[in-house]
Design a protein around this ligand. Structure first.
Ligand code: ADP
Ligand code: ADP
Length: 237
């Protein structure tokens, strides 16, 4: 469970990006966070894995008081939380398999030195993760030979290989075409339902959010202005 209790986040330049956020998200929910650009969506999800620090309030993930974590405990905590970005964040000159194997090391080494570092068990887990998102046949291709949708699925496999409880996704389909977007969203949905991994996704395609998420959280100027089951929204339209 993720709990925001009266959370505020103000950037050093004075921008109040989150104001008095109170939310709980149960394990296994698929939540879409919607709102205009600059509303605070990205800040909201990046506080969950401590990419950003909150300014006041309390943020709890299961048994962990997130703002109290220090050093090695932050790194350990982050392994339970996968992060997916709009821009994929892959090493495009390396193979698909290498990019997934990277999830087994805490610090990113020079990519040329990767192959010797991993055990057979690591390789099996990485290949299983690629299979879960339907791109096992691409394992030995270079990332820059893949389409955008396939690259996002590599990123998803990399995240799955670390066995997360939660996946945070910051505009994961914003740079994909409509057909590819749905393929990637189908992967998120399947992972969410079959593996009971919570998915918290920022998305500006409201239509797709309504189609895939169980719950919609609307953010405006740093405040939650809507929070409810997707069915509640679709009935109201
Ligand atoms: P969204 O994801 O909804 O587009 P963000 O969370 O990125 O919104 O931004 C919320 C607000 O905080 C915006 O006004 C943005 O300009 C501001 N902001 C985001 N990151 C920073 C930062 N590092 N420093 C200062 N202001 C920031
Ligand atoms: P993305 O689409 O990848 O979320 P953004 O344009 O929202 O990219 O932000 C890129 C980076 O710039 C982020 O690290 C964000 O925190 C920072 N940022 C966004 N708005 C501001 C701002 N007003 N002042 C300073 N940094 C900002």
């Amino acid at each position: 469970m993720i709990a925001f209790i009266e959370v505020n986040k103000t950037y050093p330049n004075g921008t109040a990006a989150l104001q008095n956020i109170n939310l709980t998200i149960e394990q296994g929910e698929f939540v879409a966070v919607i709102g205009l650009s600059g509303a605070g969506k990205s800040t909201l999800i990046r506080c969950i894995n401590r990419m950003h620090d909150i300014t006041s309030g309390k943020l709890i993930v299961d048994d962990v008081d997130v703002s109290k974590l220090k050093g090695a405990h932050i790194r350990k905590f982050r392994r339970r939380i996968g992060m997916i970005f709009q821009s994929f964040n892959l090493v495009t000159r390396a193979t698909v398999l290498s990019n997934v194997l990277v999830s087994f090391v805490p610090e990113l080494p020079m990519w040329r030195k990767w192959t010797g570092m991993f055990t057979k068990q690591h390789k099996i887990q990485a290949l299983e993760a690629l299979d879960k998102v339907g791109i096992l046949d691409k394992a030995f291709m270079r990332v820059d030979q893949l389409s955008g949708g396939q690259q996002q699925r590599v990123a998803l496999a990399r995240t799955l290989a670390q066995n997360p409880d939660i996946i945070l996704a910051d505009e994961p389909i914003a740079s994909l075409d409509p057909v590819t977007s749905r393929i990637v969203m189908d992967d998120f949905k399947r992972i969410n339902k079959e593996l009971n991994i919570s998915v918290i996704m920022n998305i500006h395609h409201v239509e797709i959010a309504l189609e895939y998420a169980d719950r919609i959280i609307g953010i405006r100027k740093g405040e939650v202005v809507f929070d409810g089951a997707t069915s509640k929204v679709t009935q109201a339209i």
